[in-house]
Design a protein. Structure first.
Length: 276
């Protein structure tokens, strides 16, 4: 199987979870654990979400862990099930348990933001800090499905499918400037997309967690692109009003990928946040 796997995204290690699923992950550096939780969409992997970031964080003295959530990257992609927040948070917890990571920082983008929030709300003692980029899970399903990016992505992904050119068009609405959607990035996401069942998006169920935000006690650093077409940028205010120790950095001319589109500034601010 491994001999047939494309060269990108890079393959690291597979971890067998107690429920029978395999979770793929990359690891870089040593020190306190910083866990990167990627977003949703066709062909996503942790590497394709965080390739400009994780080595910088590791070089600052941290153990960067990049797990692929179920249904994404090189992890198991079960069919015939709902992809629920409980599924994502429980398998993330099982992953951390297997690596004996008792406390960590979670860095979550989009769906990964929703997962990071959900896991922290369930296990506050295991998360020291949160970094969120355009997080999901803080609006109603109806609100998200009114967003132009989600409408287009779901219709394409759940429909007949698309080729590399079609995938590139979808990816270009994730970033404000299409220059960030390189041929290399399209190729690595297309390689994963070919292995994904339609249930990954068609049966994804993520609740609105905004009523629970006030329960968060750990420090939160957030980033949001004002041109985000997937998660309403106004969501930052919900977190700021609910969480006493929180701050957000808003970027002009930036879409859904703050960690890619503003990678240098993002990396610098995250390192400062981790060390503060």
């Amino acid at each position: 199987m491994s001999e047939e796997r494309p060269a990108t995204p890079p393959f690291g290690r597979l971890l067998s979870l107690p429920d029978g699923y395999d979770m793929h992950y990359l690891e870089h550096g040593t020190g306190p654990a910083v866990v990167f939780v990627h977003g949703s969409g066709p062909g996503v992997s942790s590497y394709s979400n965080f390739f400009p970031n994780y080595k910088v964080i590791a070089a600052a003295g941290y153990r960067a862990l990049l797990p692929d959530m179920l249904g994404f990257g090189w992890s198991s992609k079960p069919t015939g099930i709902d992809y629920t927040l409980e599924l994502f948070t429980s398998t993330l917890g099982a992953f951390l348990d297997k690596l004996d990571v008792r406390r960590c920082v979670l860095v979550g983008n989009s769906l990964g933001g929703a997962i990071s929030l959900g896991y922290t709300l369930k296990h506050p003692e295991r998360v020291s800090k949160l970094v969120l980029m355009g997080p999901g899970g803080i609006e109603t399903r109806e609100t998200y499905f009114k967003m132009p990016g989600i409408q287009r992505m779901v219709s394409e992904f759940v429909g007949a499918g698309f080729d590399r050119a079609g995938l590139k068009k979808i990816m270009e609405i994730l970033a404000y400037d299409p220059k960030f959607v390189t041929d290399e990035l399209v190729e690595m996401r297309f390689n994963v997309f070919k292995t994904q069942p339609k249930e990954v998006l068609a049966r994804m169920i993520i609740p609105d967690q905004s009523p629970q935000l006030a329960q968060l006690r750990c420090p939160v650093l957030g980033f949001w692109g004002i041109e985000d077409q997937f998660c309403p940028p106004s969501g930052y205010e919900k977190i700021l009003r609910a969480v006493a120790d929180s701050r957000f950095i808003m970027y002009s001319r930036c879409g859904h990928w703050a960690m890619i589109e503003r990678s240098e500034d993002f990396n610098r601010n995250v390192v400062e946040f981790l060390k503060s």
